[in-house]
Design a protein around this ligand. Sequence first.
Ligand code: ADP
Ligand code: MG
Length: 465
Amino acid sequence: MSLDFASLEISAQLVQVTRELGYEKLTPIQAQSIPLLLEGRDLIGQSKTGSGKTAAFSIPILEKIKIQERSLQALILCPTRELCTQVAREIRKLGRRHPGLQILILSGGLPFQPQAAALQKRVHVVVGTPGRVLDHLGRGTLKLGDIRCLVLDEADRMLDMGFQDDMESILSKTPSSRQTVLFSATFPKTIEKMSKSFQKNPARVTIETEEKSHTEIKQKFFKTDENEKFAALISIFETENPGSAIVFCNFKATVAELAPELKRAGVSCAAISGDLEQSDRDRVMAKFRNQSTRVLVATDVAARGLDVENLDLVVNFDLPSDPEVYVHRIGRTGRAGKSGQAVSLVTPKDTHKAKIAAQFAGTKFELKTLRIQGDDDSSAMEPMGEALMVTIYISGGRKDKVRPGDILGALTGEAGRLNSEDIGKIEIHDRFSYVAISKKIAQKAFDRLTAGTIKGRRFRIQWVR
Ligand code: ADP
Ligand code: MG
């Protein structure tokens, strides 16, 4: 499908602007989303970076905006200040033939007062980060009672950065008659849940990228002996070098043995078991989700109810007897734009189980032999030891009124001056928070947090090991 802008039911000026900007054809996400958005439908959209999602939601907003009504009609939430700037720039470009159109950026890292003053003069569109938008709502400088369209851009990143509560508070302060548009690169369960609670009969538009053969999971079965399983697993890590992986064992005792053994071999890993205290479990899971730990070793029972998806690799250290369990396990792999990998170790007595599992999962059963690397080749082990991120503990949480934006602000604002790309997931708990930081700048982040304040207060900062 390659339509041009003139085929859309939009004003002649808007078509004219797209020509001036050199946009010849609608991109696929635009061709599918814009007509639905013009009709007023809620929408959940997915397509790769650079595919023109901003114009996909901005053109319908511009088409419907009533300039003469000097009220805030559209709100766009983005995860970072840079993204807010980019989105605002695109809307301004597209809105150049809408004389009088006022667009305001409300992101952290910029002074509050001028934003409040601009809001007083009335704007039509706000592009902001959840933290700062909520600040303005809290101080009464922003009112959302006239919002007709709300866009969550890069919704999955906002969730990763811990903005879920903020987004929900903001949504709850907009009229329920609003149109709700959600763009995301991936669809974790949390996004589905948000969509269910905040969207009405949303249309779903997914543009498959070529490299993504719709969440197809590559399944491999390797022949091993019982006493070779550990070496086989190491060898799999070496060849696959997954960013994040879960290793399933059938028994708690196996998990308890395997995890320390992997650690000794230099693998960044942790065990999750039903015996862990809740707080330890939370800590282990936070580190795994924010990529400070690369490998999680678990039984099915321990992994039940865990919000871990989008893994690079699932390993069946032991094959389950129930083929449904097998399918459930491997379903945790696969990321947008990348197919998932599932690898199973098959001992001679498990061959039948493996065949049944493959059949049940609809894949061809082919038992391969693994090339196990010798002990002399220890250098190959390096990558699995290196997690990308490290986790820092901050002794302030929700009850201290600490929000993700405050932590992000402390790191990327005037005092911190770090790049938001290096800041990973921020998890706010009642009395403390975790923030994931790129390893390469972790010490700097740690020092700046230690030296600085969050919400004007000094909190205890610690490494989470
Ligand atoms: P995404 O949000 O999907 O990552 P953007 O909205 O940032 O992508 O768009 C990427 C670039 O493509 C921008 O520079 C934008 O101006 C440009 N663009 C958007 N739509 C079109 C189009 N129909 N034809 C040509 N370029 C476009
Ligand atoms: Mg975008």
